[in-house]
Ligand binder design. Structure first.
Ligand code: TPP
Length: 375
């Protein structure tokens, strides 16, 4: 289905506000919203999917018009609270049209972190009393219009409705080359960090391509990746996982390699970590102002200063890094002294086409990591 046509149907339904967190299964729709839908809708990309539901509720209260919230199915986890405790018809009865990218769809090859969520997506919608319809690769315009008319009946009754899009449901337009003004390449920065750590150090890396790059660079530089925990799902929680390890293993230095989108998603963790002053934790945010792993769409907070935020949260050492020399210096400083540190590294929106994926299962990696950690 053409994303523009889909957006046209949303417009015909009277939808004025669209908000969500991007997803690779919705890449064409997200590209359309970011690049082509100018003036057609009010479009916001907030920190997480629960926040998107918040915007949708506010928009409905102010206009009486149905809003649309889009997300990857993993984002349902973030959305459940405001949906069950506010939007549901037994509370305020706020109509919301959801567009959900179905990663891990049974029968389709996908990454392990999507398997379980893919299996339970429809069951979760059932439990949430959200009727849904499937948008498939071969869904024709008249079928799509039928879906929207079913949705309208539901929304008019103050309920929510979900359109669940299988990967490939939206047609693939020419690739959009999202760019920022930063020149440091993320993979090279990761190479430098991984080269500078010691054999007893631990890395916790965030969801998406950062983890894939850390995995690969560790193999290249260190000959193994046993000292790395890959936060393959649970976007935004890498820093809390790193904190949990750091507290249990005060003799080990723990590096958290975070993304800006992920750090934003659960930013309260920054304030919490700053308050704890865990001196064996080095929090590194690879900031490209984008959700690069799912297509490079902007985070909605481009230009935000993560190092400044960390300083305000109480991290005793913070640094904004724009080039390799400053990265080397900063790494030298954090290695010399045990102190809670936050490095924000500005990186371009770039990935190698042939970037690999972990070869082992998450369970195998967990076992090797725990043995390495001595837990
Ligand atoms: C709760 C949740 N929402 C959305 C996603 C889809 N997703 C995976 S990686 C990613 C982008 C991460 O962005 P960032 O942390 O800035 O790292 P980058 O990809 O830019 O390196 C998104 C949106 C997800 N995995 N989980």
């Amino acid at each position: 289905m053409d994303a523009g046509l889909f957006a046209g149907c949303l417009k015909e339904m009277g939808i004025g506000t669209i908000t969500g967190v991007p997803d690779s299964a919705l890449k064409q729709f997200c590209n359309f919203m970011n690049k082509e839908a100018d003036g057609m809708f009010r479009h916001f990309v907030p920190a997480n999917e629960g926040a998107a539901v918040g915007i949708a509720i506010g928009s409905y209260l102010a206009t009486g018009k149905v809003p649309c919230v889009y997300m990857q199915n993993s984002g349902l986890g973030n959305a459940v609270n405001p949906v069950t405790s506010l939007a549901n018809e037994k509370v305020y009865g706020i109509p919301i049209l959801f567009l959900i990218g179905w990663r891990g769809m049974p029968g389709k090859k996908d990454e392990p972190q999507h398997k379980f969520m893919g299996e339970v997506t429809c069951a979760m919608l059932d439990v949430l009393s959200i009727p849904y319809a499937l948008l498939k690769k071969d869904t024709k315009e008249d079928e799509a219009r039928r879906i929207f008319s079913d949705a309208k009946a539901c929304l008019d009754a103050g309920k929510q409705f979900a359109v669940v899009a299988e990967p490939g449901a939206f047609e693939m337009p020419a690739a959009y080359g999202y760019k920022n003004s930063y020149s440091l390449i993320r993979e090279k920065a990761i190479h430098e960090i991984v080269s500078g750590i010691s054999e007893s150090d631990i890395i916790v890396s965030t969801t998406g391509k950062i983890s894939r790059e850390v995995y690969e660079q560790c193999d290249i530089v260190r000959g193994h990746h046993k000292q790395v925990f890959l936060t393959v799902g649970g976007m935004g929680h890498a820093s809390m996982i790193a904190f949990g390890i750091a507290k249990e293993k005060p003799e080990k230095r723990v590096y958290c390699l975070d993304g800006d989108g992920a750090a934003l998603m659960h930013m309260g963790s920054l304030a919490f970590i700053g308050k704890q002053k865990t001196e064996n934790l080095v929090h590194i945010c690879l900031n490209n102002d984008a959700h690069e792993s799912v297509g490079g769409m902007p985070t909605g907070c481009a230009g935000f200063g993560y190092a400044g935020a960390a300083e305000a949260c109480g991290y005793p050492f913070t640094e904004e890094i724009w080039d390799m020399d400053s990265l080397r210096d900063a790494m030298g400083q954090v290695r010399q002294e045990w102190m809670l540190a936050f490095l924000e590294i500005k990186v371009s929106i770039d990935t190698r086409e042939d970037l690999g994926r972990p070869k082992e299962t998450p369970a195998e990696n967990k076992k090797a990591f725990m043995e390495y950690l001595g837990g």
